[in-house]
Ligand binder design. Structure first.
Ligand code: AMP
Length: 176
């Protein structure tokens, strides 16, 4: 099996979670396989090193799992972007629309430096709303997005089209 097949074999599909009609891609079975996790980290690292990021911004919470491993491998800072109310220090905020209502993402005001190249990482790209919010927070602090990296992309939701305006380099290891 190649890496894509190995990853797909360890993704559990959970029907109607967190609400009816959603096919949730649960990556926790994959996290129990340390050899596969190391291979995934290697691949994510190889795909991102050429983008020359100064730091990696990772989205709560499943973006933290591989995000810190990539940061360590690339020897760059790990920056958490979190849901409203979780970060202790002063924050910048960005709100965006969901199917019903809005969501707000936050980052510490001293997270990014002007002119830095920031890589955005999450476990999964769906509509691209969360990754776009991260890109807006990065722009707000005078840095720029040098790429996006996901484990999984739900291509039928066209998220890539929504985030390409921030940076055309969008990588995902498996697609549905
Ligand atoms: P979006 O903002 O629509 O691109 O959604 C991406 C965020 O929602 C990521 O943080 C994902 O972890 C989560 N997400 C959305 N859809 C799914 C899904 N079908 N399975 C697992 N996570 C999902």
């Amino acid at each position: 099996m190649n890496l894509t097949e190995k990853i797909k074999a360890k993704i559990r599909e959970v029907k109607d979670f967190p609400k009816d009609g959603i096919q949730f891609k649960d990556i926790t079975p994959l996290l129990k396989d340390p050899v596969l996790c190391a291979d995934i980290t290697d691949e994510l690292m190889h795909q991102t090193i050429k983008l020359k990021p100064d730091a990696i911004a990772c989205l709560e919470s499943r973006g933290f799992w591989f995000g810190m491993l990539i940061a360590q491998r690339l020897q760059i800072p790990f920056i958490p972007i979190r849901k409203l109310g979780k970060l202790p220090y002063e924050t910048d905020k960005y709100s965006y629309s969901l199917e019903y209502g809005t969501a707000t993402m936050e980052v510490h005001t001293d997270a990014f430096k002007k002119g830095q190249r920031i890589l955005i990482h999450d476990d999964l790209l769906a509509t691209g709303g969360t990754a776009s919010a991260a890109a807006e927070l990065i722009k707000m602090q005078g840095a720029s997005v040098c790429g996006f990296i996901f484990l999984i992309e739900l291509s039928f939701l066209n998220g890539k089209e929504n985030i390409k305006k921030y940076c055309p380099d969008v990588v995902s290891l498996v697609g549905y």
